[in-house]
Design a protein around this ligand. Structure first.
Ligand SMILES: Cc1cc2nc3c(=O)[nH]c(=O)nc-3n(C[C@H](O)[C@H](O)[C@H](O)COP(=O)(O)OP(=O)(O)OC[C@H]3O[C@@H](n4cnc5c(N)ncnc54)[C@H](O)[C@@H]3O)c2cc1C
Length: 553
């Protein structure tokens, strides 16, 4: 049987980072297993085509939630990447790190002292090359290329100006000193192409002799040995219809993401005994927290008609699509070379909130992100939603088969706090769009629509229309308490030589998008796995509104 030092399950945001960093050590052999295949599709690499891969079952686990009890029983779409690059190959390419205080808050959990912002910042910098150059916050020599939207469409600037008119600060770099405010947004786009972790980390390492990448390989369980202390020694895989056993001499590392990693732990007998025993799964280690603590960001759209024909609606005409596609194919430039989320920002929903709890993605078009409801006229919109939701859900098995999609319940909007923040989100966004910066462009409110005003009406609108921002996380959270799944270095409690490294480790979802934080975590834990000293901490000033207790802006 073939033996590798490390077996990594999943070539996603975290898995590609691990594959690169662990195979830097020429003496270590690394096997990267991925259920999906190569990312050979123009629709993955062309940034503006982002709504195609996320809806394409060739590249995506097209999960959906159970009927959500606080969302009119709707099943919410939960796509996850199944291709090299994982979700970084199907995501919206928005590059946001979250707020420094998110990471500081993680350290309140026992055993997580090393996750403060000062500990994480060096790894954010290590990962990144920012097109505009680096500084104390931003990197200039990492594999992950990050560029900033050019904001050529005047509506991007109108959104930023309207924010200023409404009394919010401008921020020139929401990943640097100041997250709070509205400004231009960053994207993982390089030379006009999506810069997934497959491009950033995997392709440069692929030629190394000590790295093996095996695609179309569904890992069905972790294999253990030892009776008293259970030791992970390999994995079982279905590859080309055959069952393979592959051995790991040092560690098995699960990087399957926040839905699949807890599923795989449970299929391997690590989870709540009362869930596993009725399914006939032999218990390896009882761990009540596996699959619990599921968190996500929910968002709603505030949309207006645009009175001038300057929006991306024109780009949807077949001839224009053809021109955009050709320009992108020939020169990697033009409207095909951007994710179109070029301005946005973060505000606080009320006085007393210390750092922003609402995020904006502005789009010069009124359309659903996943392309499910096409634009019908010239319009513009902001996606907005709470960043630190208090609702919690879970991922559970339906049966003992790795090929059966797990049962996913988010419990979106199950708390008064989340509903209150969502109402504030709608009202504060309307106020921004009413500023004079939009006078030349603002037509009728398309969504929620002016008839939606009272708390009850907004709540009903959210129940019927809000959608995921695609940020499931927290299902194998780090910590030392009874519900924690791993320690602060991703080592699974109760067994040996098994780690999780992906978005499921987050004790609490951060205030922003999750690709950059997941990459940072994988960079940081690569050092831990290799036994290298952590990078020196970086203590830098971070903006906090001087009067946040008394004022909302
Ligand atoms: C549609 C969408 C839009 C998003 N937009 C943004 C955005 O604009 N900006 C942002 O920062 N974040 C965004 N995100 C979130 C972000 O991309 C993810 O949080 C992040 O990529 C998660 O990384 P991960 O390593 O945890 O998992 P993933 O990147 O999902 O990787 C998991 C990998 O493991 C593989 N795998 C799983 N189970 C098995 C198994 N049993 N055997 C073998 N392989 C397996 C999967 O196929 C996948 O390739 C978006 C996500 C989605 C889905």
């Amino acid at each position: 049987m073939t033996t590798f030092d490390y077996i990594i399950v999943g070539a996603g945001s975290a898995g590609c980072v691990l594959a690169n960093r662990l195979s830097e050590d020429g003496a270590a052999t690394v096997l990267l297993l991925e259920a999906g295949a190569l990312d050979h599709s123009i629709f993955i690499h062309m940034p503006s085509a982002l709504s195609y891969p996320m809806a394409n079952q060739k590249y995506t686990w097209l999960y959906e939630s159970e009927p959500e009890p606080f969302m009119n029983g709707r099943r919410i779409h939960c796509p996850r990447g199944r291709v090299i690059g994982g979700s970084s190959s199907i995501n919206g390419m928005v590059y946001i790190r979250g707020h420094a205080l998110d990471y500081d808050a993680w350290t309140h959990g026992a055993g997580l002292e090393d996750w403060s912002y000062a500990h994480c910042l060096p790894y954010f910098r290590k990962a990144e090359t920012r097109a505009q150059g680096g500084d104390a916050y931003r990197g200039d020599a990492g594999p992950l290329h990050v560029s900033t939207g050019a904001c050529r469409n005047p509506l991007y600037g109108a959104f930023i100006d309207a924010g200023k008119q409404a009394g919010y600060p401008y921020t020139g770099d929401m990943n640097g000193y100041q997250q709070e405010g509205l400004g231009p947004m960053d994207m993982t786009v390089h030379k006009g192409r999506r810069w997934s972790t497959a491009m950033a980390y995997l392709r440069p390492a692929w030629k190394r002799k000590n790295l093996t990448v095996q695609m179309s390989s569904l890992v069905t369980r972790v294999v253990f040995e030892g009776s008293e202390s259970r030791r992970a020694v390999g994995v079982e895989v279905i590859h080309k219809g055959q069952v393979q056993q592959l051995r790991a001499a040092k560690e098995v590392i699960l990087a399957g993401g926040a839905i699949n990693s807890p599923q795989l732990l449970k299929l391997s007998g690590i989870g709540p005994p009362k869930e596993l025993q009725p399914l006939g799964i032999a218990l390896t280690a009882p761990l009540a927290g596996v699959g619990e603590n599921l968190q996500d960001h929910l968002e709603t759209y505030v949309q207006f008609e645009c009175t001038q024909p300057i929006t991306l609606f024109s780009a949807l005409k077949p001839l224009n699509k053809l021109k955009i596609g050709l320009e992108w194919l020939l020169f990697s430039s033009g409207l095909g070379a951007t994710n179109h989320f070029e301005s946005g920002g973060f505000i606080r929903s009320e006085a007393g909130v210390r750092h922003p709890d609402l995020q904006y993605h502005f789009l010069p078009m009124a359309v659903r992100y996943d392309g499910k409801s096409p634009a019908t006229c010239h319009g513009f919109q902001a996606h907005v939603g709470p960043m630190r939701p208090t609702s919690r859900g879970h991922v559970r098995l339906r049966d003992a088969k790795a090929t059966t999609a797990p049962s996913i319940l988010f419990n979106y909007m199950s708390t008064d706090q989340d509903r209150k923040e969502m109402r504030a989100a709608v009202r504060l966004t309307r106020e921004i769009f009413q500023q004079s910066a939009f006078d030349a462009y603002r037509g009728a409110e398309l969504s929620p629509g002016i008839q939606v005003q009272s708390d009850d009406e907004i709540d009903a609108h959210i129940r019927a229309n809000a959608e995921t921002a695609y940020h499931p996380s927290g299902t194998c959270r780090m910590g030392t308490d009874d519900m924690a799944v791993t320690d602060g270095e991703g080592r699974v409690h109760g067994v040996e030589r098994l780690r999780v490294v992906d978005a499921s480790l987050m004790p609490r979802v951060v205030s922003g998008n999750l690709n950059a934080p997941t990459i940072m975590m994988a960079e940081k834990l690569s050092d831990a796995i290799r036994g290298r000293a952590p990078m020196p901490t970086a203590v830098v000033p971070v903006f906090e509104h001087p009067n946040y207790m008394a004022t909302q802006r």
